[in-house]
Design a protein around this ligand. Structure first.
Ligand code: AP5
Length: 234
């Protein structure tokens, strides 16, 4: 199964991709995670990307194209992938189309996770993660037992930190960039008969169920029959 997850920042793309990775035994390819890894490692790409990511701006298409091309050519992606965060512009969608053509592959579905801007702000302003182990938290929806400290690390627990681009002013800029540069992708994929729209409000489990139903629907069933494997919650 080859799936693209579209949607505004904080819609739950990463959360749902992690669940889909388990269910379908398909790698989760997140360009945001790849960039954060490059930034932490101080690679040339990471040094260029840091200021852009921290300001809520997009990294140039040619840099993203190289990153995604190399990742999709790895052996674990031969049978499929869940692409989260790419494409983000119509130009990137065209790059992806040409890349898949050259590999003799095609997309099965583009899932658009729809969420109101106000809920995006609520979700992202409360997101925290452990600086030591990376465990995710949310100050309201999934708080740690001791404020600011990770439950999973040995006492006193790792420090919980906020992503630099989750500050309120940067979230506003990410939303502006999403509406201007990424939202037009919906029409691009609708015209190709690939777009499936999913309401991303409600609980994580609600959204997970809607995705399952969507992929099992008339357009999805032929292409996305979930494999019954250990841990399959279908
Ligand atoms: P990226 O990391 O891709 O950021 P994003 O798209 O803004 O997505 P997020 O990770 O913030 O949100 P998400 O939709 O994955 O939601 P999540 O599941 O985490 O990109 C970061 C930056 O990198 C970009 O701004 C850009 O600079 C650069 N970049 C990346 N790709 C690029 C590209 N292709 N081209 C150019 N530049 C690129 O959930 C969010 C929070 O909500 C979490 O706390 C979660 O626990 C919670 N949550 C999730 N679902 C629910 C639910 N149903 N109910 C309540 N809470 C929920």
């Amino acid at each position: 199964m080859r799936v693209v997850l579209l949607g505004p920042p904080g819609a739950g793309k990463g959360t749902q991709a992690a669940a889909m990775r388990e269910r379908y035994r398909t790698p989760h390819v997140s360009t945001g995670d790849m960039l954060r890894t490059a930034i932490a490692a101080g690679t040339p790409l990471g040094r260029t990307a840091r200021a852009l990511v921290d300001a809520g701006q997009l990294v140039p298409d040619d840099m993203m194209a190289g990153l995604v091309r190399d990742r999709l050519q790895e052996s674990d992606a031969a049978g499929g992938f869940i692409l989260d965060g790419f494409p983000r512009t119509v130009e990137q969608a065209e790059i992806l189309g040409r890349l898949l053509d050259s590999m003799g592959r095609e997309l099965d579905h583009v899932l658009l996770l729809g969420l109101e801007d106000a809920e995006v702000v609520r979700r992202l302003s409360g997101r925290r993660s452990c600086a030591s182990c990376g465990a995710p938290y949310h100050v309201i929806a999934a708080p740690s037992r001791v404020e600011g400290r990770c439950d999973r690390c040995a006492p006193p627990g790792g420090t919980l930190v906020q992503r630099p681009d989750d500050r309120e002013d940067v979230v506003a800029e990410r939303l502006r960039v999403y509406h201007e540069r990424t939202a037009p992708l919906a029409d691009h994929y609708r015209r190709r008969g690939l777009l499936r729209e999913v309401d991303a409000s409600g609980s994580v489990e609600d959204v997970e169920r809607r995705i399952l139903v969507t992929l099992a629907g008339p357009a999805g069933a032929a292409k996305a029959a979930p494999r019954r494997a250990g841990g399959d919650r279908a």
